[in-house]
Design a protein around this ligand. Structure first.
Ligand code: OFO
Length: 182
């Protein structure tokens, strides 16, 4: 009997779904590493609140990764610890950091939607239901990233602008921590 057949007899998680979920594990792991690297750059540059925001965000991304990781194994699959490479360490400006975050979050939303679409099409309603948490989370993360980026236009970067933006990022961080603790 071929490996694929054995797998099908012992679980309802399809091989294709497992592959997509493992790809998402990698994406969340990369997000965590990416935000940790950005946090370090912000810290080094003296943007203390932006750093705090990003350290927390990096932890959250690891939590996102682990939720899927455990789900794969609980469903009878094999969660794969991803290779994390090609992480950028230097950035041109604080604004660039937040532009990259929004761009990245939009990519993540597309990947999540793709898994949800796949799960529905193969009638894997357990995975479909499990992924709903991520759908909601991505909506919140995109909104948050957009709010952060808007600060640069609203406040402006001249004079004490960057200092003020960093203060506002601290408030955004506190609001998000409070909301996730509710
Ligand atoms: Fe995992 O939500 Fe951001 O990337």
């Amino acid at each position: 009997m071929k490996v694929k057949e054995i797998v099908t007899l012992q679980r309802s998680l399809l091989v294709d779904t497992e592959k997509l979920l493992n790809k998402q594990v990698e994406m969340e792991g990369k997000s965590s590493a990416y935000y940790l690297s950005m946090a370090s750059w912000c810290d080094m540059m003296g943007y203390a609140n932006a750093a705090k925001y990003l350290y927390t965000h990096a932890d959250e991304e690891r939590m996102h990764m682990m939720k899927i990781f455990r789900y794969i194994n609980e469903a009878g699959g094999h969660a794969i610890q991803p290779e994390i490479t090609d992480i950028r360490h230097n950035f041109n400006s604080l604004r660039e950091v937040f532009e990259l975050i929004l761009e990245h979050e939009i990519k993540v939303t597309k990947a999540i939607n793709n898994i949800v679409d796949h799960a529905f099409s193969v009638k894997d309603f357990a995975t479909f239901s499990f992924m709903q948490w991520y759908v909601t989370e991505q909506r919140e993360e995109e909104t948050m990233s957009r709010r952060a980026l808007e600060l640069f236009d609203i406040i402006g970067e001249e004079g004490v602008g960057l200092w003020t933006i960093d203060q506002e990022l601290g408030k955004l961080h506190n609001a998000s921590v409070q909301a996730s603790g509710e």
